[in-house]
Design a protein around this ligand. Structure first.
Ligand code: AOS
Ligand code: ZN
Ligand code: ZN
Ligand code: ZN
Length: 430
């Protein structure tokens, strides 16, 4: 165990930073009060905000060209949970972990649950994987999984999803995320509607096996690994399948899974309107499914998405309960640092969206005052809410400056002996 897991370590680091934070907080509080905003409301909103960390995100990622391992990477689910525990201790808005199977399967899944309990962590959606073959697997997914032309392969993929539900039950999860890489690389290779029929038939079996209080999250993706067509390629096909399956099926939005420049916030609005928004895989991108750190490329888009989410909250939209998760690949940074930064970045967009003067915005919309409507959003986006985020962390027992505190703790160096480099740690596939 490193000094970082000692609660006093974070407290000590905070002591030195408190006076400055208090000054900045006081100043921002006065400024917001002139806009009739109570800073305390925003701090408690930030304290209630939660976003789950993916187990595959704490290992160093890679591309199809290479992977450059980092120091003291976690080698198994238990070490991954340790790292997730560190992230949560620092930021206090990541109390849940989203596991992935079979990467996180062990013989005794109750041991995984116990380890998470001891770290104060819970579990968000479990993720199935039928996009690669596992050792000893009888049927290959080379030509698809839930949509494969052969029934035996489809059945194997269905069974894997049922196994994921069983693991998730042990962990206390309440949702299954299904993303399939099924599709085609050549025009003519696949019959579009037959493939989708096969998907629906398979998905129905999984859906009917869900425990009563579970939800099935369907994740769409435009391309990759299939480069001509993908069976669940966009939110349109996604919502059609969710409608076809039933109330417990909803559509999950991974920010990197759309064509460049697509208006993702508008997709979010549509899914909310039709009670089909499952939640998110947050990340950022420049070109495709780049899986870069959230808010690192296009923070305004992230803010506009939260503008829709906070608007739904404000209007008390029906059946609105989205799950927030990160889905990123960290190739050149310490994954813990990237996940800390990213969780804070998404929380920042949430708090900024809370600052939008909705009454004023609605009035500008009704008056067709495009310029002032846009300025209303920009005013919220340009507000530096850092003192609110830091105060929320401090009050919840986290770090005022999580990156600085983490670096001071020398976490990786202290674990170097215990966690020697391993070929299998991390994954290039996200
Ligand atoms: C793949 O592109 C998706 O983002 C999935 O969410 C995937 O299952 C996950 O990233 C685990 O690899
Ligand atoms: Zn994803
Ligand atoms: Zn992605
Ligand atoms: Zn992806």
């Amino acid at each position: 165990m490193t000094n970082l897991l000692d609660i006093n370590f974070i407290d000590d680091a905070n002591q030195a930073l408190k006076p400055q934070l208090n000054r900045e907080y006081q100043y921002l509080g006065e400024k917001l009060a002139t806009q009739n905003v109570d800073i305390e409301d925003l701090v408690s909103a930030a304290q209630q905000f939660e976003i789950a960390v993916p187990t595959w995100g704490v290992g160093t990622g890679g591309t199809r060209f290479a992977r450059f391992p980092g120091v003291a990477e976690p080698r198994n689910i238990f070490e991954k949970l340790d790292d997730c525990g560190v992230i949560q201790r620092l930021v206090k808005c990541t109390p849940k972990v989203s596991p992935h199977f079979p990467w996180d399967v062990v013989d005794d899944m109750t041991a995984v649950k116990q380890q998470a309990d001891s770290l104060g962590l819970g579990f968000d959606a479990v993720n199935s994987n039928t996009f690669q073959d596992q050792q000893g697997q009888i049927h290959s997914y080379k030509y698809g999984s839930l949509t494969h032309t052969q029934q035996a392969t489809r059945e194997q993929a269905i069974q894997h999803n049922l196994d994921c539900i069983a693991y998730g039950r042990v962990l206390g999860s309440k949702a299954l995320t299904v993303w399939v890489g099924d599709g085609s690389n050549h025009p003519g290779q696949q019959h579009f509607s037959r493939a989708l029929e096969r998907y629906l038939d398979s998905a129905r079996v999984i859906y009917n096996s869900l425990p009563d209080d579970w939800t099935m999250f369907i994740e769409h993706k435009m391309f990759e690994p299939a480069f001509y067509s993908t069976v669940i390629q966009d939110w349109g096909t996604n919502i059609l399948c969710a409608l076809e399956l039933g109330e417990k099926a909803k559509s999950l939005v991974d920010l990197g899974h759309h064509a460049p420049n697509v208006n993702i916030e508008m997709i979010v609005s549509r899914l909310i309107q039709f009670k089909k928004l499952a939640g998110f895989h947050f990340n950022d991108s420049k070109y495709g499914d780049d899986d870069l750190d959230s808010g690192s490329i296009n923070p305004y888009q992230q803010f506009l998405i939260f503008n829709e989410l906070v608007d739904a909250e404000y209007r008390k939209a029906d059946s609105f309960n989205p799950a927030y998760m990160l889905d990123q690949s960290h190739n050149v940074t310490d994954p813990i640092e990237s996940l800390v930064n990213s969780a804070e970045s998404v929380q920042r967009s949430f708090v900024q969206a809370k600052l939008v003067n909705r009454k004023a915005l609605y009035a500008y919309q009704d008056d067709n005052d495009a310029l002032m409507a846009s300025n209303t959003l920009k005013a919220a986006f340009h507000t530096d809410v850092s003192p609110i985020l830091a105060m929320a962390r401090l009050r919840s027992g986290g770090a005022i400056n999580p990156i600085e505190t983490y670096r001071k703790a020398n976490y990786r160096q202290n674990l170097k002996e215990q966690r020697p480099a391993s070929q299998s740690s991390g994954s290039g596939i996200v």
